[in-house]
Design a protein around this ligand. Structure first.
Ligand SMILES: Cc1cc2nc3c(=O)[nH]c(=O)nc-3n(C[C@H](O)[C@H](O)[C@H](O)COP(=O)(O)OP(=O)(O)OC[C@H]3O[C@@H](n4cnc5c(N)ncnc54)[C@H](O)[C@@H]3O)c2cc1C
Length: 96
């Protein structure tokens, strides 16, 4: 996950798709045009940036990564507890 701020040089060097205004193009979960490469925050919205927006972007990416790893939608409510446990994966059969 990249969070380079105003000048996303690494993202550019890696060849991610960019918009005309210099933003790294991402979907709602922060996925870039490169598989498994995420970008968050000001790099993705140079014209409208606030600290809490960047933090929220990071949370969306975290949930997307956890969901990809689990192979199913990850229950965000479990993150505070499960982040501290090695067996964080949601128990089979448990619904969010
Ligand atoms: C004057 C000013 C006042 C502001 N006031 C407010 C405010 O009151 N409230 C508010 O919510 N927002 C405010 N903002 C906006 C806020 O600062 C940004 O929205 C927010 O910092 C964006 O966070 P970010 O993590 O996306 O990027 P950044 O905060 O820019 O963080 C990116 C970091 O990544 C580092 N970096 C870049 N490339 C690399 C690399 N290749 N490897 C490692 N590190 C790298 C950079 O040095 C930087 O530290 C203000 C901005 C400015 C300029």
């Amino acid at each position: 996950m990249l969070s380079e701020g105003k000048g996303p040089r690494l993202a550019k060097a890696l060849g991610v798709a960019m918009s005309k205004d210099g933003a790294v193009q991402v979907d709602v979960n922060g996925r870039t045009s490169i598989d498994r490469l995420y970008t968050v925050g000001r790099s993705t919205r140079p014209g409208r940036s606030q600290a809490i927006i960047s933090a929220g972007d990071g949370a969306a990416v975290a949930i997307d990564i956890l969901s990809a790893e689990a192979g199913e939608p990850f229950c965000a409510r479990l993150i505070p507890t499960c982040a501290l446990r090695p067996d964080w994966r949601r128990r089979p059969g448990r619904r969010s």
